[in-house]
Design a protein around this ligand. Structure first.
Ligand code: NAP
Length: 443
């Protein structure tokens, strides 16, 4: 029997995700009330244009352009507008007026999360954001709750569906980056302006959120090293395939040791990386997302599924909404965002990983030995070298090659040592050009 009063839910935004949330709230009203122990009453939906077409049917009387009044009358505010302004002001207003907040806004959390969490803590309100990373995939709650008693060492995430679709298409169809992007745009996976996805900004925001949660430390998005996929070529992807790897845009959040002080630090980075085909992340195809977590006691865990989509993302939003509503019914302080560890954030130069370097070299005696010396001079140990002789260019005498392609795999080395090695290689008279340098993760 339901005795608690109805909870007033204000929805900000009725686009791809918001319209689905509105429909689920209206369609499953009775079942949700039974689960929560109180009715969830959708009291209004703030939009920019009340007459704009919607993907689900929202009663006209619920639509409003007055978000401010809507927020002031709500127990729970669900923000699905996106962007920084006015979402930031609206959420501050919601929290200070005592409402709990559910949001999917990774851009806002990655840039103004600490401010919003501080207000929430001060007023005793809750801020839920499961949908901000990985769409439908439960990852925020597992990190915050299920793994709260464990120690997360590393997270490897495929957290951007658009770039995964593009790289997967290059791998499986042999398409170029431009060709795969055009298909992604046609299918609605990429926006008209794909910069946020292909330059890694979206993934960097998610990396900041994941690293902050996993390491109990505020990791601002500006501290996330970011490289997009625009420099990835079809040749690189196909060469990776021949060597037993796939190229993935990874968000890597990990604990590190500061090479100067020996103290513990953390780092977050986003870049294309070679992942061995035997790793579970290599099997994440299309626009799907996955987050691979390595924890001290739990070992390896992988969370996989749809990283976007209106209905899929609405599932995560609804889960948060039910949690927020239950807290109203049952009471209790809820979970404060934990940033107590305050571990130093280390720069990319401190990262230690493996690399694969592809070089075009001139065909001269002693080339291999000279190159090996450049690696060892900078403290980078070579694990494997494969060489293929390039076909002679027209005009080169029969039997004489114009050079060779060297693919060099290294053992673990710091980024700083690797960067110094690559600079030396680029300057060397035996190296025609450094074709690519890719980090190898998941080995
Ligand atoms: P969307 O389709 O662009 O919808 C945005 C909605 O917000 C629209 O209904 C728009 O109103 C409304 N809106 C925008 N500015 C407003 C303002 N100033 N005042 C009142 N209403 C305003 O966005 P979405 O794709 O649903 O994404 C919503 C949030 O979910 C974003 O933070 C996004 O990052 C996150 N997210 C989305 C997905 C996904 O698959 N789409 C996945 C994960 C997370 P009008 O309709 O009148 O223009």
């Amino acid at each position: 029997m339901i005795e608690y009063r109805n909870l007033r839910v204000a929805l900000l935004g009725a686009g791809s995700v918001g319209a689905q949330v509105a429909a689920l709230l209206l369609e499953h009203r009775d079942e949700l009330a039974a689960r929560v122990g109180a009715g969830l009453e959708l009291v209004g939906v703030a939009v920019r244009d009340v007459d704009a077409p919607r993907t689900t049917e929202i009663p006209r009387e619920l639509l409003t352009t007055d978000a401010h009044s809507l927020i002031l009358g709500a127990d729970i505010v669900v923000e699905l507008m996106g962007g920084i302004d006015p979402a930031r002001e609206y959420l501050k207003l919601a929290l200070t007026s005592g409402a709990d907040v559910v949001t999917a806004n990774k851009a806002l959390l990655a840039t103004h999360g600490p401010e919003l969490f501080a207000i929430a803590e001060q007023v005793g309100a809750q801020l839920y954001y499961e949908a901000a990373v990985g769409g439908a995939i439960p990852i925020i709650r597992p990190l915050r709750d299920s793994l709260a008693g464990d120690r997360v060492d590393r997270i490897l995430g495929i957290v951007n569906g658009t770039t995964n679709y593009i790289l997967d298409r290059m791998d499986r169809e042999g398409d170029t980056l431009e060709g795969a992007l055009a298909v992604a745009t046609e299918l609605g996976y990429a926006e008209a302006d794909p910069t946020a996805d292909i330059e890694g900004y979206d993934a960097a925001q998610k990396a900041a959120i994941l690293a902050s949660l996993a390491f109990h430390t505020t990791v601002p998005v500006d501290a996330v090293h970011r490289e997009g996929i625009t420099a990835v070529t079809r040749d690189q992807v196909l060469a990776a395939q021949r060597n037993g790897f796939v190229v993935k845009l990874l968000a890597v959040c990990e604990r590190l040791t500061d090479p100067d002080t020996g103290a513990e630090g953390v780092s977050a980075r986003v870049h294309p990386a070679l992942v061995p085909t035997s790793h579970p992340l290599a099997a994440v195809h299309g626009a799907n997302n996955a987050v691979f977590v390595e924890a001290h006691a739990a070992g390896s865990l992988m969370f996989y599924g749809a990283g976007a989509g209106g209905l899929q993302t609405a599932s995560a939003v609804m889960g948060d909404l039910v949690s927020a509503a239950r807290r109203h019914v049952v009471g209790g302080p809820g979970v404060a965002e934990s940033t107590h560890a305050n571990v130093p954030i280390l720069p990319i130069s401190s990262v230690v990983t493996r690399y694969q370097i592809t070089l075009q070299v001139f065909d001269r005696p002693g080339v291999l030995a000279q190159i090996a010396t450049m690696f060892s001079d900078h403290g980078v140990s070579v694990e494997a070298v494969s060489q293929s002789v390039r076909t002679a260019e027209p005009g080169v005498q029969a039997g004489e090659s114009s050079g060779a392609t060297l693919v060099i795999g290294t053992h673990r080395a710091t980024e700083a040592s690797l960067a110094a090695t690559v600079a030396a290689l680029a300057d060397s008279p035996v190296v025609e050009r450094v074709e690519s340098v890719l980090r190898v993760e998941g080995l």
